[in-house]
Design a protein around this ligand. Sequence first.
Ligand code: NPG
Length: 371
Amino acid sequence: MSATLELHRLAMPLVRPFRTSKGEETVRDVLVASWTGADGVTGWAESAADPEPTYFPEYIDGVRLTIERVLLPLLAEASAEPLTSAALRAAFAEVPGNPLARGLLETAVLDAELRRHGMPMADFLGSLRRPIRVGVSVGIPGDVDTLLSWVGGYLQDGYRRVKLKIQPGWDLEPVRAVRQAFGDELPLQVDANQAYTPADIPLLSRLDEFGLVLIEQPFARHELLGHAKLAARRGTPVCLDESVLSLDDAMTAIRLGAADVINIKPSRVGGYLTSRQIHDVCLANGVPVFCGGTLETAVGRAANLALAALPGFTLPGDISATSRYYAADIGPAFELDAEGCLTAPSGPGNGVEVDRDAVEEFTVESTTFTI
Ligand code: NPG
């Protein structure tokens, strides 16, 4: 095979620190891949991996090593020229895990494939390229007044759904304050990023009075039974994020009654094809989904917008405008329209023309592999 893979590790300054129960980021440390096939067409992809295994078991250095030591050697055996996403999936069929590493490569190869065919990602996934309502995820500030000023600012910006990050000691009070300040009509949801245990069910039950859209990932990743117990109360709907790293995880969660809603983050589940499968299973089982986010650059944001236009994405996703996170990006900025919506670009693949100068400017480390 004659192809080139470049892995760019970027340091992207955030316009505002982003704090969750897992820690704070002021600069997004993000891995972006470009794949250039035998015909010279380049595809791009972005990973949700963090510098440490914070939200997911995989992390940036691990993803890079998995790609170098495990995945690229498997691709060297693949005969399709230029490589297709189907051939790549066949080559990786026996890899038992590592969805972030697999997903990064698969998405870059898929993007190149779609660009080769002149086909937008939305058309490939079967979604209508339509404006979709998006939400904003609000990090944990120092105090309630700051939270209220942040939320007020985001509502003015046009966001129609707000997600508050919560953790023990920062839950009932901020939620009550936001409800009181902005009213019962505001679609409001919370995300704990695994910060509670099932022993906290009585405390979390007190959130029911605030009429939340959902509570996301209150317990540890493996706590499917705990999530099922919380969901069985039929109070605030329970959403899973970090617990779902594959289609199998999604099916098990649905069968156990552990997920009233699933957050689909393409990078977390191994790419857009698996995301589409999870979407289909959720739709067939009456489980609404929304598209998660990990502070994406234009590359990930554009592809997520294409996915989030599928019919089962009935809840606004964590796909904010670029300016929510970045003053400068590696591709065109996405801005909310007058209805608080974003639309996927119309060009082939993810539709983003990546600004290579910007990539270079933000790159702190890059590696090139020839396959
Ligand atoms: O708008 O892109 C966004 C961020 C949405 O809150 C968000 N992401 O826990 O879902 C999450 C969180 C996250 C960020 C998770 C970075 C992992 C890494």
